[in-house]
Design a protein around this ligand. Structure first.
Ligand SMILES: [Cu+2]
Length: 676
């Protein structure tokens, strides 16, 4: 605390005299408030001139190559980027940007690498301000977000909600047009955003899931935290369990989507087939800031080869090579050596292979099933480029889940992962037991209830203006899923004489399919939604554990609005007080509102499962029981739980009596009610 206050004072002094050079001594430490202020203004109205005098001045006068001692790579990244800039090789401004476009990604990463190699904050923001004025805005935003996530310099900076930084990627064209009108006529306005499509489309019943701005933020943030382009040899460190995380984050989105479908009387989603009709069409209604409308795709079209990307046959070949690897129990590396995947680590390697990321041991042979599939699907509206359409929604992580085929695609890949998981030997009773520990009972303290609520966010950054034109409040209101807070009451008996560190794992799965048929244990456990995971010290005797839904280690609260982040940072700066935004530092988790699936008006049954496992054996880090911060994907370093994601429900269960005979396992049925 003291240190932080001190830093704030030093930085306040620095802010008062912003012209300190950094030629001589080490730069002064910069307060969290100052950093937040800088980031806010670098991302505010990103298509227009900087609205902060200091940053604006830096953008105009900073010379990135003047003193390369401020870079950890000796200036290599900045020389490279400036070389491309001076040669006129970079993508123009006011043009769409897609991470799946190889050249555009390279350019965004050139900016990322400059920021990543800055040794101090002043160099970081100077470069950010300089390149903000000169590179494509989409590339700049991507580089800013990823470098803030990964740079130790920006450790406590809260990322402004992306849906307020680039609103075009999160809402529809109708609302954007209204926003422009409001701006032109200087009329403060709020518009209701409707979900895409009409009620004639059954898929619209679950559009609230795929189009939720918080869920989209979760998805895009995950892909920034664990980028497929991450290269350890360049970035300098390894992202632990990235391939397995790739599997798990998408598996959870898939099973959650299915639970939402069942809540809305729809069958669970079917998988995508390369050689059968795509079935669901999609008209996104959303528009690029620059580049026109996102392309549409009619129902029931067959996949076509996409010029310059891939043939449908290539996709089938890639798929069969991966399925062969699973059947063999090994993948073949580039040098011909064999990597065993018939084990707990296998899913991590398989994730690297399927995505594929730079971690794939053999992308030449196994291709890039997931990334190619996103592009293939995204281009089916204009596979031969005849109409010169911009990329489809599937070619951006912000927009991908809007298209129902996103979930078909991920169900398809999820089934490939399932084939691998099913090839592993089921856990035995001995492996799962926790000596002397039994769950006496599990209850929820109140009725589980979901509802829709209105959520408002600003469209100020969607519209154009100049410094001379006043801002008027322009916002949109979206309907979004939420639930009443609840708590788990878990009684655990510890018959040992000593304290036991326990991992408490909570899951739920829909009890029945859309025909009312009960899922078997083995089907249900694969569909399990992870609700929480935490560590607890069990005293000898009976332990009454109360765990609040708001404490879930999987979810994150809503980030404050962009406007309030700006206000908070500026207030803290002018008063010299500490900026306290720690709970919002990660947007990686699922929004806490999404913890429970919608359920049904008369109640929808879920199997609620609690498992207590050996905390000492599970722990990858010390002091687990004090760990309350969001860390579900290993945010900030090591993933605290050594077990595979989904443990112990991750492997097939041939004999469910093993689970029912475990004293440290409890299954009960709960109902989730939806209130209108
Ligand atoms: Cu994804």
């Amino acid at each position: 605390m003291k240190v932080l206050v001190l830093c704030a004072l030093v930085a306040a002094a620095a802010a008062a005299s912003p012209n300190w050079g950094f030629q001589n001594d080490a730069p002064p430490s910069v307060s969290a408030a100052q950093k937040q202020h800088d980031v806010n203004y670098l991302l505010f109205k990103v298509y227009e001139v900087l609205r902060d005098d200091n940053l604006k001045n830096l953008g105009a006068t900073f010379d990135p190559e003047a003193d390369t001692s401020h870079y950890s790579d000796g200036g290599d990244a900045v020389h490279k980027l400036l070389g491309e800039l001076k040669a006129g090789n970079l993508l123009e401004q006011k043009h769409w940007f897609s991470l799946f476009n190889t050249r555009q990604r390279e350019e965004a990463l050139m900016v990322f690498h400059v920021l990543e190699h800055c040794n101090d904050w002043q160099t970081f923001i100077s470069n950010a301000a300089y390149f903000r004025d000169r590179v494509n805005e989409g590339e700049f935003v991507y580089a800013m977000y990823t470098s803030i996530i990964h740079s130790p310099l920006a450790e406590h900076v809260v990322l402004p909600p992306l849906y307020e930084v680039t609103p075009h990627m999160f809402t529809n064209g109708e609302v954007i047009q209204q926003a422009y009108h409001a701006k032109m006529t200087q009329t403060p306005s709020k518009f209701k955003s409707e979900f895409t499509g009409s009620k004639k489309n059954r898929e619209q019943r679950v559009a609230y899931f795929g189009e939720d701005v918080g869920m989209n933020t979760h998805h895009v943030t995950w892909h920034m935290e664990f980028p497929f382009w991450w290269d350890d040899s360049h970035e300098g460190h390894h992202l632990e369990r990235k391939g397995e995380n790739f599997f798990w984050v998408h598996h959870q989105l898939t099973v959650r989507f299915d639970a939402e479908r069942l809540s809305n009387y729809l069958d669970v989603v079917d998988e995508l087939h390369w050689d059968k009709p795509i079935k669901e069409g999609f008209a996104p209604h959303s528009t690029y800031k620059y580049g026109g409308y996102f392309p549409s795709r009619p129902d029931d079209i067959l996949f076509e080869d996409v010029d310059g990307v891939a043939r449908v046959r290539d996709m089938l070949i890639t798929e069969s090579r991966i399925i062969d690897a699973i059947a063999h129990g090994y993948v073949t590396a580039r040098d011909g050596s064999i990597i065993d995947i018939n084990n707990e680590r296998g899913v991590d390697i398989l994730g690297d292979v399927i995505e594929s990321s730079m971690y794939s041991p053999n992308p030449q042979y196994y291709g890039a099933l997931h990334n190619m599939a996103h592009i293939m699907l995204g281009r089916q509206g204009d596979p031969h480029g005849k109409f010169d359409l911009p990329p489809g929604v599937l070619e951006h992580f912000e927009t991908a889940t809007r298209d129902p085929t996103f979930f078909r695609l991920h169900k398809y890949m999820d089934n490939i992962f399932k084939a691998h998981k099913d090839s592993l030997t089921p856990y035995t009773k001995e492996e799962l037991e926790l000596t002397g520990v039994s769950i006496e009972d599990v209850a929820i303290d109140r009725t589980l209830e979901t509802f829709f609520e209105d959520f408002e966010y600003s469209l100020l950054n969607a519209v154009d203006d100049t410094i001379e034109i006043n801002d008027v409040d322009i916002a949109t209101i979206v309907s979004r899923l939420n639930h009443r807070d609840f708590a788990y009451n878990i009684n655990v008996l510890n018959n040992n004489d000593a304290e036991v560190l326990a991992t408490v794992r909570i899951f739920a799965w829909p009890h029945r399919d859309n025909n009312g048929i009960e899922f078997s244990f083995n089907e249900g456990r694969w569909n399990a939604i992870e609700l929480d995971k935490f560590w607890n010290k069990l005293n000898p005797g009976l332990n009454h554990i109360i765990r609040l839904s708001t404490e879930s280690s999987l979810t994150v609260p809503d980030v404050p609005s962009f406007q309030s982040l700006m206000q908070k940072a500026d207030e803290a700066l002018s008063s010299g007080s500490e900026l306290d935004l720690h709970e919002y530092e990660s947007a990686l988790g699922l929004p806490s509102r999404f913890l429970l699936p919608k359920g049904q008006q008369n109640g929808m049954e879920f199997d609620l499962v609690v498992v207590v496992t050996d905390g000492e054996a599970d722990a990858a880090v010390d002091n687990l029981h004090t760990n309350t911060k969001f860390n579900h994907y290993g945010y900030g370093g090591v993933y605290p739980d050594k077990r595979p994601h989904g443990y112990p429900l991750d492997r097939r269960v041939d004999d469910e009596r093993i689970f029912h005979s475990l004293p440290n396992f409890k299954k009960t049925i709960v109902n989730v009610y939806h209130r209108n």
